[in-house]
Design a protein around this ligand. Structure first.
Ligand code: BDR
Ligand code: CA
Length: 310
């Protein structure tokens, strides 16, 4: 299956890249300002692709900040100043393709029917692609999003980081008519990485596994300083696995929209439980919501992908 990964690496984004490169025909990686400024996350994407021996995958830099306002700095709390603190990776030997990330998304999706898009950062690029090319939303075979929550948030009481960082973009995407899969915090919290899980990834023994273990230990410890929790959710790989290993998940269908105005709730994804159905999408639902994941098998999938890397 052909895929584009739109991301803001980001520790868990880096693991999502490992999984996506293993399980998809990865047509490209587009970057978006989020966990760190755009130039940082773009450099990180290039570094990770070189680390995993996939330097031929094109990287296109997209939007530097949200549709409205400035890029928030909240990502630095858990991802560090570079967005990928915790391991020293060599400077990349190549640079981005000379196309804007939004242009790359539109052109690649329109030229490759059946392409899926996996979005693991703020939804700015995806919303812009939908605005630039009205056929984009329906042309994406499936858009798998790590973002939002059906209960409580992580940046605020109500909002998850990716939705909170660009609520207007998230609203455009959730109301676009695209075939959506949502992996929100309720799901990703089931896939939390503790010291044992990190040790297990390290034991895979490849250079990539060692670097990923170092990165995850930084991410885990930084998150523990902020939240007090000893395990950190492996958010972004869930959005990849929901497409390449759906048998590890349970899904429901529901209508999900995004609050853009509330003082306390800006960036909250609101799932209308009245529309919730376990079986089939209905006229009222707009989203396939991942509700459960098998943590052990997900980590097995990650370990297998790490073993396939240099
Ligand atoms: C999301 O925010 C970022 O910090 C992570 O990379 C993930 O995409 C989790 O809220
Ligand atoms: Ca991310």
């Amino acid at each position: 299956m052909k895929a584009i990964l739109d991301c803001d690496p980001g520790h868990d984004d880096a693991v999502a890249m490992v999984l996506a490169a293993r399980h998809f025909d990865l047509l490209g990686v587009t970057t978006v300002g989020g966990n760190a400024p755009l130039w940082r996350v773009t450099e990180n994407a290039l570094k990770v692709l070189e680390l995993i021996g996939r330097a031929e995958v094109p990287v296109a830099a997209g939007a530097a900040g949200p549709l409205m306002g400035e890029l928030p700095r909240a990502g630095a709390r858990v991802h560090g100043e570079t967005g990928l603190d915790g391991a020293e990776l060599p400077r990349p030997s190549r640079t981005v393709v000379p196309r804007h990330g939004v242009e790359f998304l539109v052109e690649t999706v329109m030229a490759n029917p059946g392409t899926v898009v996996i979005a693991t950062g703020p939804l700015t690029n995806i919303a812009l692609a939908m605005r630039v090319e009205p056929r984009f939303a329906r042309s994406v075979a499936r858009l798998s999003i790590m973002g939002g929550s059906t209960t409580w948030g992580n940046v605020t009481a109500a909002a998850e980081f990716n939705a909170w960082a660009d609520p207007e973009a998230a609203r455009i995407v959730f109301t676009s008519g695209a075939r959506l899969t949502m992996c929100g915090l309720d799901l990703t919290r089931q896939a939390a990485v503790d010291a044992d899980a990190i040790a297990r990834f390290r034991r895979v023994g490849t250079r990539t596994a060692g670097v990923v273990a170092d990165l995850l230990e930084y991410y885990r410890a930084a998150t523990e300083r902020v939240t007090g929790a000893a395990a950190v959710p492996l958010h972004d790989p869930c959005a990849v696995a929901a497409l390449c290993a759906p048998e590890l998940f349970e899904f429901a269908f529901a209508r999900v929209d995004v609050e853009t105005r509330g003082d306390l709730t800006r960036g909250m994804t609101v799932m209308d439980r009245r529309t919730l159905t376990a079986d089939e999408p209905t006229r009222e639902t707009n989203c396939r919501v991942a509700t459960r994941v098998d943590r052990e098998r997900l980590f097995e999938l990650v370990a297998e992908a790490l073993a396939a890397c240099p």
